[in-house]
Design a protein. Structure first.
Length: 361
């Protein structure tokens, strides 16, 4: 008998699902996976190679590092250069180039930039270094923001005054809505992010589903999860009966996690945000509320940096909107490789270009 998780890795079940997808898909379909973890899982399990030619998989704007605006990277670089600051960050952000430098380059030049796994590690650094200012680079979606909010509440409760956060946090549903409004974007189905939906619930995607009527399935990260979602999307397209489905009920409740959302909303409020390569998206960012101004690094260090254009030739924005594939970027594998990334989609382990590079050789 199969254990719970093995069931979702079962090769026989996967084969049967692939056969049904092949049988049911008639017309060409463009299906976007929104989450970077799905992008990686799809490559890792070789799902692209077993699908019929009629299905094109696109990677959406679901990698937080990839959509962090250059101006935010520049702000992190500026903070790292301050001798009084210890900058704490998730590892993925280190190599992302801003307009002139990266955190890795600053670290190599002597800046105190430390990799952490959570905001709580950053709080420990703050306690151990009372004569320094510790800044945490907050780059995340709904999956990560509640924990960041929890860390900020802890800092406040414990009176840790040498700690602040620069928020480049972002929300997923407004990005999908913005995508649908973009000229040239054609999507026949969404594989909605499983981890984000644990917090938001599928309901967060209902407004844009109602508006655009594009089939959408929330699913998990095992091969059976992904293939099942693909089959549902193919079937909904065939029957022209679009639905918003929660196919990941073992992790995602319809209401999401209201407690986590409450903590997030206690500390942060919505604001317009700049998405790298995509542009401004209304109400898609999460900035610190006034009540928490003393932990807001942007205010504490008076940072206001203009955005700069993307590196010439980098098509990250178009890739994140499903308008291009990574191998259609003229810098791909030439000027841009994981060792020398030009754009963020090649840096992050969940970036579409990095995934393409790693698996399509
Ligand atoms: Fe940007 Fe490099 Fe991807 Fe081209 S291959 S879109 S330059 S990250």
């Amino acid at each position: 008998s199969l254990t719970y998780n093995q069931e979702f890795k079962d090769p026989e079940l996967s084969k049967a699902l692939v056969a049904r997808i092949r049988e049911k898909s008639a017309r060409p379909l463009r299906i976007m996976e929104v989450c970077g973890t799905h992008t990686m899982a799809i490559f890792r399990y070789g799902i692209r190679s077993v699908l019929p030619d009629t299905i094109t998989l696109l990677s959406g704007p679901g990698c937080p590092v990839c959509v962090t605006a250059q101006k935010d990277i520049d702000a992190y670089v500026m903070l790292a250069r301050r001798p009084d600051v210890i900058l704490t960050t998730f590892g993925d952000l280190m190599k992302v180039p801003g307009s002139g430098s990266s955190l890795a380059a600053e670290k190599a030049k002597g800046a105190d930039v430390r990799m952490v796994y959570s905001i709580f590690d950053a709080l420990s650094v703050a306690k151990e270094n009372p004569d320094k200012e510790i800044v945490f680079c907050a780059v995340g979606f709904e999956t990560t923001i509640p924990t960041i909010a929890g860390g900020i509440l802890t800092a406040k409760a414990q009176g840790i005054n040498n700690f602040s956060v620069y928020s480049a946090n972002k929300l997923t549903p407004p990005a999908l809505a913005a995508l649908m409004e973009t000229d040239g974007v054609e999507i026949d189905g969404f594989i909605l992010p499983g981890h984000v939906s644990v917090i938001t619930g599928p309901d967060a995607f209902a407004p844009s589903f109602e508006k655009y009527r594009i089939p959408a399935v929330v699913t998990g990260f095992e091969p059976v999860d992904i293939l099942k979602a693909l089959l549902m999307l193919v079937e909904q397209n065939a029957s022209q009966a679009p639905r918003l489905v929660n196919a990941y009920p073992r992790a995602v409740a319809d209401a999401g996690n209201p407690k986590a959302r409450a903590i997030m909303d206690q500390v942060f409020e919505k604001a317009d945000a700049l998405w790298r390569g995509i542009g401004n998206i209304p109400d898609s960012g999460m900035v610190l509320r006034d009540l928490f101004h003393e932990v807001d690094a942007a205010r504490k260090f008076d940072i206001s940096i203009p955005d700069t254009p993307e590196p010439a030739g980098c098509d990250c924005g178009q890739i994140l909107m499903g308008l291009k594939r990574p191998d259609q970027c003229r810098l791909y594998k030439k000027a841009c490789t994981p060792i020398h990334p030009v754009g963020p989609c090649m840096v992050s382990s969940e970036g579409a270009c990095a995934a393409f590079y790693k698996y399509s050789r």
